[in-house]
Design a protein around this ligand. Structure first.
Ligand code: PLP
Length: 360
């Protein structure tokens, strides 16, 4: 069977080149005589993989020495708890901007540990826009402000960051990490589950300003303190060794592609192909306010549920899979992460045009 165009929101497509390298190295990595899965995480050869991946991430994201880079487990969802446990430590207060399900979950978790305050929300319009936040809305006694930079389910993105003054900005970048340049210096902490745009499920990347580390609440489990993971460079216990190895291959690919700036150009080209068609189509339309559109996740609908179902089924039969939208939005969603080639989006748009002509 041929590989399909996989529009899954996550776990999602990986670059074919990465999969081929992994295949070649599966039985025997370098001259180690074993697969990466079989190695001690304390071996020299594995150290070259995990430290190599950390160094590459620093390079492609332009991360300064003021920041620590961690490879953790538990997904982005564990960060929803780790962040308040480690950062809500001065005034026991934090501000949350609610732009989707993931932001809501992060807020709910933080509410268990302190006073989490919802300062803005777009729930009134099923999260189809990014609420305006001006500096006066930020509580200056907050220990941090939390945002979801790209909203995977609803297809919105913050194109400008809220001004938070001296309050550290914390962002969930799960579904946009490596898709475009980010000015890391504007943030206190960034986190991402790898399975959207960086590698396989099982590893979570955290980039954290060093001066924020070391003030976790007393009740914090050892494994959930960032401090624990500084000492041994993410090797306090056994890390998800194979997932980190694949991330390293993805990071090498990102570098080879010309880095995040070059990827942003390609991602913009892909997104424009689909958005331009959605804007001119009489059958399909995007669900998001134009100025807040995501480059990575593009939800769209027709006016009929029946037609949506028909479209999803016929698309899948043609090799365009995982186009079903999230249950709270309905319709369709195309996730077009870094690994989706321009050709995949072009072919999808051609298929949509054809479907529209046949189902007028
Ligand atoms: C997928 C996703 C999550 C959840 O990630 P897990 O690794 O499954 O916990 C959180 N935030 C965003 C923005 C996501 O896209």
């Amino acid at each position: 069977m041929n590989r399909v165009y996989n529009f899954s929101a996550g776990p999602s497509m990986l670059p074919e080149e990465v999969l081929k390298t992994a295949q070649q190295e599966m039985l025997c990595y370098g001259d180690s005589g074993m697969s990466v899965m079989e190695m001690s995480h304390r071996s020299k050869v594995y150290e070259s993989i995990i430290y190599g991946a950390q160094d590459l991430l620093r390079e492609v994201m332009n991360i300064s020495d003021d920041y620590e880079v961690f490879f953790l487990q538990g997904g982005a969802s564990t960060q929803f708890a780790m962040i308040p446990l480690n950062l809500m430590n001065k005034n026991n207060k934090a501000d949350y901007i609610i732009t989707g399900q993931w932001a809501k979950k992060a807020f709910a978790e933080a509410s268990r540990y302190g006073e989490a305050r919802k300062i803005a929300s777009s729930e009134d319009q099923v999260f189809n826009y990014i609420p305006k936040v001006d500096a006066s809305m930020i509580h200056q006694d907050s220990d941090y402000v939390h945002i979801t930079l790209n909203n995977t389910i609803y297809g919105t993105m913050f194109h400008t960051l809220p001004e938070t003054g001296n309050v550290p900005l914390v962002a969930d970048i799960s579904s946009m990490v490596l898709s475009e340049p980010i000015d890391v210096n504007k943030f206190g902490l960034l986190y991402a589950g790898a399975q959207k745009n960086m590698g396989p499920a099982g590893v979570t990347v955290v980039i954290m300003k060093k001066d924020l580390i070391g003030n976790a609440m007393d009740c914090t489990p050892t494994m959930l303190k960032y401090e624990t993971h500084v000492k041994d460079r993410s090797m306090y216990n056994t890390p998800p060794t194979y997932a980190i190895y694949i991330c390293k291959l993805v990071l090498e690919w990102v570098k080879k592609m010309g880095g995040t700036a070059a990827l942003k150009e390609i991602n913009t080209e892909k997104a424009n192909l689909l958005y331009n068609y959605l804007d001119e189509s009489a059958m399909f339309r995007g669900t998001v306010v134009k100025e807040d559109r995501s480059l990575m996740n593009i939800p769209f609908v027709t006016d009929s549920d029946e037609l949506n179902q028909k479209f999803i089924a016929e698309a899948a039969a043609k090799g365009f899979v995982n186009l079903k939208g999230h249950r709270t939005v309905g319709g369709m969603r195309a996730s077009i992460y870094n690994a989706m080639p321009v050709e995949g989006v072009k072919s999808l748009v051609d298929f949509m045009k054809d479907f529209e002509a046949k189902n007028k």
